[in-house]
Ligand binder design. Structure first.
Ligand code: CA
Length: 226
C-alpha cells in the first residue's frame, strides 16, 4: 500500500491510477489531516508527500511522521516544485528517503518508488518471494501475475486464491477452506462463490488455467508442471 498526499485531484488520481497499473495498491489524501486519520487504520509501505499543501505543509508533516514511533520507519518520497522551494528543502536535511522535482513523469515516479522500496525493504526477512509454476509467475509483493511472460490482471480475490495454490503445490483445498482463507471466516457466502472464482481464474490464466485441477468430491489443487 502506498499513500499519496497531493491536493490537486487530477495529479493525485493519475498517481493512483499509475501505481495501480504498476501493481501497487494506493490511496490518495488531499491533506495532512486525512493522512494522519488514515495512518490510525493502516501503515503504508511508502508515503508520497507533496510539499505545497493547504494547511499543514509537507515539511511539517514529514517532521511529525519522523517524530512518531509508529511512523518513523515509513519511507517518504517528497514532491517539490523547482526553484526556491526545492533549494530550501535540499538545504534542510529533513530525512526524506528521496525527492521528486515537479513536474515529474509517472513512470519516473514508479521507478523511484521501486528503488526506495528495494533499498528500505532489502533487510526485511519477511520479504515475499516470487512464486513460479510452469509458465505461471506470481509476485506477492507487487501483486502481479504473468502467464508465459504476459501480464494478467486479476482481482484481489483471484490473486489471493492463486497465491494459496502456488504456495502449496499439490495440496488439495476444500471449498470451505478456500472460503475461509480467501474470503475470511466472517463471510457468509456459499461454496459456489469459490467455483465461480476458480472458473474466472482459469479463463484469465489461459494456457496455464488447467494447472488448477478439480479434485472430484473434495475441492481444488495446483497441478501443472512442477
Ligand atoms: Ca500541492
Amino acid at each position: 500500500m502506498i499513500f499519496c498526499i497531493e491536493d490537486e485531484d487530477s495529479i493525485r488520481d493519475l498517481m493512483i491510477y499509475t501505481l495501480n497499473g504498476a501493481g501497487f495498491e494506493a490511496k490518495g489524501f488531499a491533506d495532512g489531516g486525512e493522512l494522519f486519520e488514515a495512518l490510525q487504520q493502516e501503515k503504508p509501505r511508502l508515503i508520497m508527500l507533496d510539499i505545497m499543501l493547504p494547511g499543514e505543509d509537507g515539511i511539517s508533516i514529514l517532521k511529525k511522521l519522523r517524530a512518531r514511533e509508529d511512523t518513523a520507519g515509513i519511507p517518504v518520497m517528497m514532491a517539490t516544485a523547482k526553484g526556491t522551494e526545492y533549494d530550501k528543502v535540499m538545504g534542510l536535511d529533513l530525512g526524506a528517503d528521496d525527492y521528486l522535482v515537479k513536474p515529474f513523469g509517472m513512470m519516473e515516479m514508479v521507478s523511484r518508488i521501486r528503488a526506495v522500496l528495494r533499498r528500505t525493504e532489502a533487510g526485511h526477512k519477511n520479504e515475499a518471494k516470487l512464486l513460479c509454476v510452469g509458465g505461471l509467475e506470481l509476485n506477492p509483493e507487487t501483486y502481479t501475475v504473468f502467464v508465459n511472460g504476459e501480464r494478467v490482471q486479476l482481482t484481489l480475490k483471484e490473486h489471493k486464491l492463486l497465491r494459496i495454490f502456488m504456495e502449496n503445490p499439490k495440496r488439495v483445498f476444500t471449498r470451505d477452506q478456500l472460503l475461509e482463507i480467501v474470503w475470511g471466516i466472517e463471510y457468509a457466502g456459499e461454496t459456489r462463490t469459490v467455483d465461480v472464482h476458480i472458473a474466472t481464474l482459469r479463463t484469465k490464466l489461459g494456457q496455464c488455467g488447467g494447472y488448477i485441477e478439480t479434485v472430484r468430491g473434495v475441492g481444488y489443487r495446483m497441478g501443472g508442471e512442477l
